[in-house]
Ligand binder design. Structure first.
Ligand SMILES: Cc1ncc(COP(=O)(O)O)c(C=O)c1O
Length: 402
């Protein structure tokens, strides 16, 4: 008998029945009190996620405050609106690039200023903080970086870069798309001015809307005059005061997001962060125990991602030969991702974002192992599953009283 479909891509991730059901409720106007209540629920939940993503439940909200917004459109629009609202054509922007999404931020900056520069490292390797120190100066207006680089499974050092940005009074814009809601994220300690995330990642809502947190300092800097019309953040902030968006809201998606973030409040971020860390470690232990290599090459201050695991494809299934492996995974009714851009045919990626049960992690490990073995790779499937299970059980019992 075929097992149920299992979605392990790094977004969209599975959503609960309650989140799905929220989208089926009768339609209402985006200018109604009903909708305003939905927006407020989503905003309250997002305030919690943005400001209390810590292991001890402590708040990292800056004393000066800040605002959570929900935007129609995925996080790329959030990234673009942050840059477009903060950078004029002669303002200096420094973008850190060690993967596809860091590059996306840099490409966005290229479109909005003639003074965009990049600090680059090979995809999958750590960024050099010395390079960042050299690139960021008192003339830098904005620094952009990706916290969790989904394309490579590397967790970048936001705290250290935030300190450099703050030393030069630069506005620090962070893509927390695959960390926020799943891993630690500290607004004030890391000097974050703008944080962006997507609905369909660790928040475990359907795709189509994104969320942004803006510090009160940034709110003061916003000048609606030069902002793109649809992405005018000053306007979004003004409308958010009455729990509305400037233009027609994606009502069903806002409803689903409200339920998803309320689920996070109920689980609590400390528990959620521990669960994500435990499951990501189980993926790593499982894949390495079966004989595979993790793709991320940690050289400086960076870490393995706690939400997305990227694994190098062994030579038997490398390049054009990867199809047999990916077909084997699909045949087992599991969906995973390959590499993006030039990493196509070089890696595979799995996610543990959202609310996956531990069984899904074990099935992911087993599926990858069996598909590798079928494709001719000498993968020790049982060793992989055992190592993943051991990791899940060890850490689970260590936090049994949490
Ligand atoms: C790190 C990161 N940034 C940004 C995005 C935004 O992508 P999209 O706008 O397609 O949802 C993604 C999606 O995978 C991501 O992983």
């Amino acid at each position: 008998m075929t097992e149920d479909f299992l979605l392990l891509n790094p977004g969209p991730v599975p959503v609960t029945d309650e989140v799905s059901a929220a989208m089926d409720e009768p339609m209402v106007s985006h200018r109604s009190a009903d909708f305003e209540a939905v927006y407020e629920r989503a905003q309250d939940g997002l305030d919690y996620v943005f400001t209390e993503s810590t292991l001890d439940g402590a708040s990292t909200a800056p004393e000066s405050g800040g605002t959570s917004l929900v935007l129609n459109g995925t996080a790329t629009m959030g990234m673009e609106s942050a840059v477009a609202n903060l950078v004029g054509e002669s303002d200096e922007a420094v973008s850190l690039v060690n993967g596809k999404f860091g590059r996306r931020f840099a490409r966005i900056a290229d479109r909005h200023t003639d003074e965009a520069t990049r600090v680059e490292a090979e995809w999958g390797t750590s960024l050099s903080l010395d390079d960042v120190r050299e690139a960021v100066t008192d003339d830098t207006e904005v620094v952009t970086m990706v916290h969790n680089e989904t394309s490579t499974g590397i967790l970048n050092p936001v705290a250290e870069v935030g300190e450099i940005a703050a030393d030069h009074d630069a506005t620090f814009v962070v893509d927390g798309v695959t960390s926020i809601g799943g891993d630690e994220f500290r607004l004030d300690d890391w000097n974050v001015d703008v944080a962006v995330t997507d609905s369909q990642k660790a928040l475990a809502a359907p795709p189509g809307v994104s969320a942004m947190w803006l510090s009160a300092d940034v709110e003061e800097k916003l000048d609606g005059e030069s902002a793109p019309f649809y992405e005018d953040l000053e306007w979004h902030l003004r409308k958010a005061e009455s729990h509305q968006t400037p233009f027609t809201s994606a009502v069903p998606l806002f409803r689903a997001l409200a339920v998803a973030v309320e689920d996070i409040v109920e689980e609590t971020m400390p528990t959620r962060i521990r669960r994500h860390r435990r499951q990501a470690k189980a993926f790593r232990e499982g894949f390495t125990a079966m004989g595979l290599d993790l793709f991320a090459d940690l050289r400086e201050e960076s870490d393995y991602s706690n939400t997305v695991t990227a694994v190098s494809l062994p030579e038997e299934v490398y390049g054009d030969d990867c199809e047999a492996f990916f077909d084997g995974v699909t045949e087992r009714n599991v969906s995973i991702s390959g590499g993006q851009a030039h990493l196509g045919g070089q890696i595979f990626r799995v996610s543990n974002m959202g609310g996956l049960p531990d069984d899904a992690i074990l099935r992911g490990v087993r599926t990858v192992g069996e598909a590798m073995a079928d494709a001719g790779v000498d993968a020790d499937v049982e060793a992989g599953v055992d190592a993943a299970r051991a990791e899940l059980e060890t850490v689970e019992s260590a936090h049994a009283d949490d």
